[in-house]
Write a protein that binds this ligand. Structure first.
Ligand SMILES: [Zn+2]
Length: 371
């Protein structure tokens, strides 16, 4: 299971509300076996055997009546930086969801957090709920999963709905602050941070293989441990992550570091080679240098350098768009079609520019809905 976990939220495909996922009662009681079931369901959902999760849990979770072996596992994961254990796991999850645009696996609706995180209102595309098949079909025992009669765990997208007693005046205040540019949360991921407290290395980029994302308190990056405002250490080089899909299964991933260009094709001199995935009859369709991906100023750009053009599918089922010697920004969910079988797509993370646009749209819609 640890192979599916990461301590670097920027590498993750999903955020997991671990306490919520493992605590659901059942014949086997709460336990990490529920996380196993979620991972299996995500692998099915995404056709990706290497799905990567970032776990956030309540500090009390290891003492929450879990089997002893699970408590030990959680401690090991905490030591290895593979789970964040906090007093306010819900807030942390929503903070990370806001900063990265990643989807959250949870059954919670966070009804008490709508003022602080107004983008939860009416959100339909960022929360995924695990449920047990038998919950829906009482008395159906066709499938005997690892939980015995409890049956199989499935996932579904959740409409977070609008909470009625939502405090509009506080939301309005928040909105004013945002317009004044006080809350520039999305940029937090693009900067390096340091705690002013002596010897605190919690957010140190030279410390270990991953960097913990700062907490946001009153709109300011803050140390979780010391509560101090963090010092801005300048820009942090980011990277865009790409997935290679063959027959709709993810077979490989690679990154495009900020400020660089990666050429993709049948045989680029240095770049990403599609050769291992190409069948013989496909080789003629892919140029040696087919297209170039570059990541700069928070945008991933694709530029055609091929002989016959690069095909893009901008939405499921939509006709293909062709680039011929031209470039455009590649968005989340947009696919580069190399052959009928082979496509490239971005990982789940959204970039700050995209989050700004998305939240701005949501905010406008909410206002129209409530007025
Ligand atoms: Zn600190």
């Amino acid at each position: 299971m640890p192979e599916h976990l990461t301590g670097n939220v920027l590498e993750a495909d999903y955020l997991v509300d671990l306490s919520n996922v493992v605590r659901r009662p059942g014949p086997r009681g709460p336990g990490l076996h529920r996380l196993d079931q979620v991972i299996d369901a995500l692998i099915d959902r995404d056709h990706d055997p290497d799905v990567v999760l970032y776990l956030v849990a309540d500090r009390s979770l290891p003492h929450a009546g879990l089997p002893h072996a699970d408590t030990r596992t959680l401690r090991d994961w905490e030591q290895a930086g593979l789970v964040e254990l906090l007093g306010d796991a819900d807030v942390r999850l929503l903070e990370l969801a806001e900063l990265t645009g990643l989807s959250v696996i949870t059954r919670d609706r966070y009804r008490g957090h709508r003022t602080e995180f107004p983008w939860l209102q009416g959100n339909k595309d960022q929360f995924i709920e695990p449920f047990i098949e038998r919950d829906e079909h009482e008395g159906h025992h066709g499938y005997q999963g690892p939980d015995g009669p409890e049956s199989r765990l499935l996932l579904r997208d959740v409409d977070m709905g609008i909470v009625d007693d939502w405090n509009i005046s506080r939301y309005a205040e928040h909105d004013v602050l945002k317009k004044q540019g006080v809350l520039t949360r999305f940029d937090v991921l693009e900067r390096a941070w340091r705690c002013p407290h002596h010897a605190c290395t919690l957010y140190d980029r030279d410390h270990g293989s991953f960097v913990l994302i700062p907490r946001i308190r009153a709109g300011e990056p803050t140390c979780e441990l010391h509560g101090s405002r963090l010092l801005d250490e300048g820009p942090r080089p980011g990277a865009a992550a790409m997935k290679v899909l063959v027959d709709r299964r993810c077979v490989d991933r690679f990154v495009i570091p900020s400020g660089t260009e990666v050429v993709v094709g049948r045989a680029p001199v240095d770049g990403y080679s599609l050769d291992p995935w190409l069948a013989n009859h496909e080789r003629l369709k892919v140029s040696r240098r087919h297209f170039a991906l570059s990541f700069a100023d928070g945008n991933l750009t694709i530029r055609d350098v091929s002989t016959y053009g690069t095909h893009l599918q901008l939405a499921p089922g939509s006709p293909l768009t062709v680039l011929r010697g031209t470039e455009r920004i590649l968005g989340v969910g947009e696919k580069v079609r190399c052959t009928r079988r082979i496509t490239l797509t971005r990982s789940g993370r959204r970039f700050p520019n995209e989050l700004r646009t998305k939240r701005a749209q949501l905010t406008t819609e909410d206002h129209e809905a409530t007025q």
